[in-house]
Design a protein around this ligand. Structure first.
Ligand code: M3P
Ligand code: FE
Length: 314
């Protein structure tokens, strides 16, 4: 059956106490575990596995790796064959490499980002449980995000030198991991260059996205909220906590998401967003954004370029 959904992101942070305060008080996550190396593990109230975010102490910001959960352990063997056959080397990390987590298939995307697949993570349950659950738990902090939803990776692209790891990643995710394309931005003569793609395994418009840039890095990790009003309220929470807001609440043309972008204290960009957009299906025609309408795709209301949004990342 293969990949189910995003499982966790592992992020580098420069001030662990400030980072934990941010993810707990602004996002509303809870710390579920700490390890001897000083790594902190957190989850959202509506998630049932032990953690969806790992914070690791570092002298810089950025992504260590992103992990996706597969349905069963044997999927890891099948996907290892497909990934290797595609020409990407893999390593199997034994159970316990990350606490409370089974063995992981580790490899690098063509863009260089580290990805891991795993089948098992300790089940701890959501904060409302499974029997006659309330719609939300008491005592939610901050934005009260439901779950880690997707991430967007900046991928090295230099068409003059024939380098386009957005296109390479997209082909890899399609052919090796059976993701499907929902939306793309095309640029250049005849729109022949795939400069950004949004891809899904679930029925939401994206479980991962790739955007071309000068170097590979992390653009943002995104958390799900129920409604546009919750996005507005998350902005209020950010103002109260003196969180650095990058883009005030608005709507994407791409995915139709209702969104706000902000930074954690180390400069890793976060997004809280609402709106399921549309029902993503394998036979739904791919949406294409052309170079002249690119910024309407990103910020639908103004359609205006905000260079810092695509130039600043970790
Ligand atoms: C999203 C989204 C960029 C567009 C971002 C879109 C960085 O984050 O959730 O649809 O160009
Ligand atoms: Fe996003």
């Amino acid at each position: 059956m293969g990949v189910m959904r995003i499982g966790h992101a592992s992020l580098k942070v420069m001030d662990m106490d400030a980072a934990v305060r941010h993810y707990e008080n602004v996002l509303g996550m809870k710390t579920t575990m700490k390890d001897k190396a000083g790594n902190v593990y957190l989850k959202c109230w509506d998630e049932w596995d032990k953690y969806s975010l790992v914070l690791t102490p570092s002298d810089q910001a950025g992504l260590n790796h992103v992990a996706y959960k597969v349905e069963k352990d044997s999927d890891l063997d099948e996907l290892q064959k497909k990934v290797e056959a595609w020409g990407v080397k893999t390593t199997v990390l034994p159970e316990g490499t990350l606490p409370s987590t089974g063995r992981m298939l580790q490899f690098n995307l063509p863009s260089g980002h580290e990805m891991r697949l795993y089948a098992m993570k300790e089940y701890v349950g959501t904060e409302v449980g499974t029997t006659n659950p309330d719609p939300w738990p008491d005592g939610l902090k901050g934005a009260g995000v439901h779950w880690l939803d997707h991430l967007l990776l900046m991928c090295e692209m230099n068409p003059a030198e024939g380098i386009n790891t957005v296109a390479d990643n997209t082909r890899f995710m399609t052919e090796a991991l059976d993701f499907f394309l929902t939306e793309q931005v095309v640029v250049g003569p005849d729109g022949s260059i795939q400069a950004a793609t949004w891809m899904a395994r679930t029925t939401t418009p994206h479980d991962i996205a790739f955007v071309g840039g000068a170097k590979s890095g992390l653009h943002h990790i995104a958390f799900f909220l129920d409604s546009w009003h919750d996005v507005l309220k998350s902005a209020d929470v950010m103002a109260k906590n003196k969180t650095k807001i990058d883009v005030a609440p608005t709507r994407h043309g791409i995915t139709r998401g209702e969104t706000i972008y902000f930074f954690d204290p180390s400069g890793n960009r976060n997004e809280t967003f609402a709106g399921l957009g549309y029902l993503a299906q394998r036979d739904r025609p791919v949406t294409t954004w052309t170079e002249d309408q690119l910024w309407s795709g990103i910020f639908y209301h103004t359609g205006e370029a905000v260079p810092s949004f695509t130039d600043v990342y970790t």
